[in-house]
Write a protein that binds this ligand. Sequence first.
Ligand SMILES: [Zn+2]
Length: 253
Amino acid sequence: MDDLLAQIEDLRALVEGARSVVAFTGAGISTESGVPDFRSAGSPWLRHPPMPFDQFMASAAARREAWRRKFAMDDLYRDARPSRGHRALAALVRSGKMPGVITQNIDGLHQAAGVPPDKVVELHGNGTFAACLASGARHELAEIRPHFEATGEPPACGACGGIVKSATVSFGQAMPEAAMRRAQELALSCDLFVALGSSLVVYPAAGLPVLAKRAGATLVIVNREPTELDGFADLVLRAEIGPVMEPFIGEES
Ligand SMILES: [Zn+2]
């Protein structure tokens, strides 16, 4: 425990001394919020697995099933609130020291913690709304769900008739280029890169810490489990994110 306190102090000194800090977050930052981790044993994702993109596109029946699973999962974490990790990162963004948060998560909890949406770079999209695959038009779940539950029909875009899908990046769907580009710019421009709650195995996203470090940034990893990049990092805190990040929340929250 004393070791962890010393490491938290090391992290605090690194943040204080840094000009620009970029955070990269994975599922681990949301477990304290009650959002199930896709990979953990007994995860409800195993009962309601997200549908690969090609299946989703293949038939209306598949889309109906995808939406059923989507709403079943939403019900499990509808009460999720930002964790101490989310709140700490929001405080760092407010302080002007953190130009952006890159996330693999789709839960919208960085925004819920107060990070302006334009400072959250979502590599896997966002599950709190939907979008038309043809026109890109945004669609709200609060409108889709009652219609779906009343008719059993998957939603279509009112403007163009296109297929509407949760605004997440499904397996087999292309990574969002603009988000990847912004994430790379952030990684290259920071002098401290902090990865939180990611096992750092999902490429290409997991290449970002390597990119940052090779460009001269200090790399810190905070994760409960060992990660692929522990040996490459300058500081590794193998711990829960909440207690590690709590000192950064400050008085504003
Ligand atoms: Zn449309």
